[in-house]
Design a protein around this ligand. Structure first.
Ligand SMILES: Cc1ncc(C[n+]2csc(CCOP(=O)(O)OP(=O)(O)O)c2C)c(N)n1
Ligand SMILES: [Mg+2]
Length: 398
């Protein structure tokens, strides 16, 4: 495709294969189109570093182990994330929060998606990715406002370069691509990471986002958390692709499949994806092979569509236990450091409890405030009616 620049269209240097950035990692884009036959894994389920023979990946798909400092910093978020998930679960049951989509078992993927980015980069999370949002620096008390049932999101996306948690499936991927394109037009350098589920990867928006980003070589990482279910729909009913990472091939972008419960492998693969995008070798698709251990949300009963044996099987791959064993064995996670991290997690949970247990001040008239910039006559009339009704009730109570 060649179009006139005056039409606001494509310059030659924005299309065609960009071999350079990939070859600097010892691999070409063509070789990257097909993900490694085996998913990338650096640490065994019992927390041992895998040898290159055990990893057994094709040339060019070898990834270095992240540094101890990097791993420990990310591990901290893992511990806090697990604690916050448990706390949110309890708060929902106590009626203090409306809903919480569980992150239990997926924390490694969520943390890695956030910490691989720089401060000026952007994250586009889904409703499930609270731990990712917190790992970008948003306080738990602010993230949970939306799950409390408030009319607003709780945090300002531009304060953290983190978009709202998208509930409509996959719309966030188009927003991510749009933001990347806008940044390019403004001459700003930012990598954008869009999170999506296995179910979301069947949406039309997924196709449009990947296609646009690949054609215009945008610095976007599409991060698919394959947790095996879209509520009750299992992966086998979702897609016939060999893996979800293979979806990259048809669009001409690089793809990789990674053990989504292996924090080290996730940091390594996403870290390289960020470097590639920053060097102009994007976009990139990463599939995280993970599992949702708990119910979809508090309104779901998973025993109706899956066996306990399957859950038990995944219990053995728990990302938190795996990293705890690995870092302890390396002497990085001493008892002292561990106790300090636990304390931090407890204090975050305590603050969350306090915030959610405080009675929110609700003004029913707020219902009308943010529907239209200019209120319609009908809404104005309804507002008037409600205001009058409220003042009557107040007068009665007085
Ligand atoms: C456009 C759209 N269609 C349907 C839904 C209803 N819905 C909410 S969650 C969900 C399943 C999504 O599964 P997946 O993408 O795998 O994400 P997960 O919940 O497993 O993290 C569906 C169908 C929605 N929120 N948005
Ligand atoms: Mg899913």
């Amino acid at each position: 495709m060649r179009e006139n620049a005056a039409d606001g269209a494509v310059a030659d240097d924005q299309v065609g294969p960009a071999a350079e950035p990939h070859t600097s990692f010892g691999i070409t884009l063509e070789e990257y189109l097909l993900p490694a036959t085996r998913r990338i894994q650096l640490v065994s389920e019992d927390g041992r570093e895998l040898s290159p023979e055990e990893q057994d990946v094709e040339s060019g798909h070898e990834y270095p182990m992240p540094s101890d400092d990097e791993l420990l910093a990310a591990y901290r978020h893992l511990v806090v994330g697990r604690r916050v998930n448990d706390q949110a679960y309890a708060l929902v049951r106590q009626g203090r929060m409306a809903v919480y989509p569980s992150s239990h078992g997926q924390e490694a993927s969520e943390v890695a998606a956030a910490v691989c980015l720089g401060k000026d980069d952007w994250l586009f999370p889904t409703y499930r990715d609270t731990v990712a949002v917190m790992s970008r620096g948003v306080p738990a008390t602010e993230v949970m406002v939306a799950f409390q049932g408030s009319w607003h999101q709780g945090y300002n996306p531009s304060d953290y370069n983190t978009s709202v948690q998208s509930t409509p499936l996959t719309t966030q991927m188009l927003h991510a691509v749009g933001l990347a394109q806008a940044k390019r037009l403004k001459g700003e350098d930012a990598v954008v990471l869009a999170m999506v589920g296995d179910g979301g990867s069947s949406e039309g928006d997924f196709h449009e986002a990947l296609n646009f980003a690949a054609v215009f070589k945008l610095p976007v990482i599409f991060f698919v958390q394959n947790n095996k279910y879209a509520i009750s729909v299992p992966l086998a009913r979702q897609s016939a692709a060999p893996t979800l990472a293979h979806k990259a091939v048809g669009y001409g972008l690089a793809g990789e499949r990674v053990d989504g419960n292996d924090l080290a492998a996730l940091l390594a693969v996403l870290g390289r994806a960020v470097d590639l995008c920053r060097a102009g070798g994007g976009p990139f698709l990463v599939e995280a092979d993970t599992y949702r251990m708990q119910a979809h949300t508090n309104t779901d009963d998973p025993t109706r569509y899956r066996d306990d044996a399957e859950v038990t099987e995944w219990e053995a791959r728990d990302p938190l236990r795996r990293m705890t064993a690995f870092l302890t064995e390396r002497g990085v996670l001493t008892e002292e450091v561990s106790a300090e991290i636990q304390q931090e997690a407890e204090s975050v949970a305590g603050e969350l409890r306090e915030a959610m247990n405080a009675e929110p001040e609700v003004d029913p008239l707020e219902l009308f405030d943010h529907v239209y910039t200019v209120q319609t006559p009908q809404l104005a009339e309804q507002r008037e009616q409600l205001a009058e009704e409220l003042s009557r009730t107040e007068n009665k109570e007085a």
